[in-house]
Write a protein that binds this ligand. Structure first.
Ligand code: ZN
Length: 254
């Protein structure tokens, strides 16, 4: 294992030599902003079963459970702020070093940090959608109705089912976003895989494709991943602190 100062130097060196890096981010970058990873102990899923999309469509009870979870998670998402990891990626994009951020997260923190090209593989929690007429609703408005006692919000235009614009289990990833992500993985010369366990498919194959295509691969994640073996640098440390060190070394302010 590369020691930490050496790892920071090596990442800085790889970024310095890169012309078209991409970042691939998972829950780990957002836990540093206080958003609990729903898969971890204490996360939403340790208390509730995730609601499958088919069940959401078919069962009143599943919809009720879905909105209980959303109601409970609302304030955490609403008050979360980007951290140094998010800001570092936005800064690299602004400096012309990074092409895009591909994320498994739905919290919108990359955009809040100033990243412009963000590919959200699992959709976004920043709006809700009528599944019938595609009208959009603000999560604030929906939360207000939940807190006022509505258990299953309905579209005020057509009465259709409303759901967060996130991708649920049993729902396919947006094909256009996925295609763009695969294109980027073919073009890039350096992937920073940050805070993802790199096991959920097909998303996890994006860094693998890039690596097989000759790109360098940097993994910053607290736990081991299946791609550690083939990565150029593996850092089992916090993302914000690591990227701060890298940015400092490259001479960028954060
Ligand atoms: Zn509608």
């Amino acid at each position: 294992m590369t020691r930490e100062p050496d790892a920071i130097a090596k990442i800085a060196q790889l970024l310095d030599g890169s012309r078209c890096a991409i970042a691939f981010t998972g829950a780990g970058i957002s836990t540093e902003s206080g958003i609990a990873d729903f898969r971890s102990p204490g996360g939403v899923w340790s208390r509730y079963q995730p609601v499958l999309f088919q069940d959401f469509l078919q069962s009143e009870d599943a919809r009720r459970r879905y909105w209980i979870m959303k109601k409970e998670g609302y304030h955490e998402l609403k008050t979360a702020k980007p951290n140094k990891g998010h800001y570092a990626l936005a800064r690299l994009e602004a400096a012309g070093k990074m092409m895009a951020v591909i994320t498994q997260n739905i919290d919108g923190l990359h955009q809040d940090a100033g990243s412009r090209r963000v590919l959200e593989l699992h959709g976004t929690s920043r709006y809700c959608l009528c599944l019938n007429c595609a009208a959009r609703f603000s999560p604030d408005e929906i939360q207000e109705s939940l807190e006022a006692g509505v258990d299953i919000p309905r579209c005020k235009h057509c009465g259709g089912l409303i759901k967060s614009a996130t991708v649920s289990f049993g729902q396919s990833l947006p094909p256009d976003v996925l295609a763009e992500a695969y294109d980027l993985s073919a073009q890039t010369d350096l992937v920073l895989a940050l805070g993802s366990s790199l096991v959920v498919e097909p998303a996890a194959s994006i860094p693998l494709r890039a690596k097989n295509n000759g790109a360098h691969l940097i993994i910053i994640n607290q736990t081991e991943t299946p791609l550690d073996r083939i990565a150029d640098v593996v850092v089992p440390q916090p993302i914000g602190a690591t990227l701060s060190g890298v940015m400092q070394r490259l001479g960028y302010d954060l």
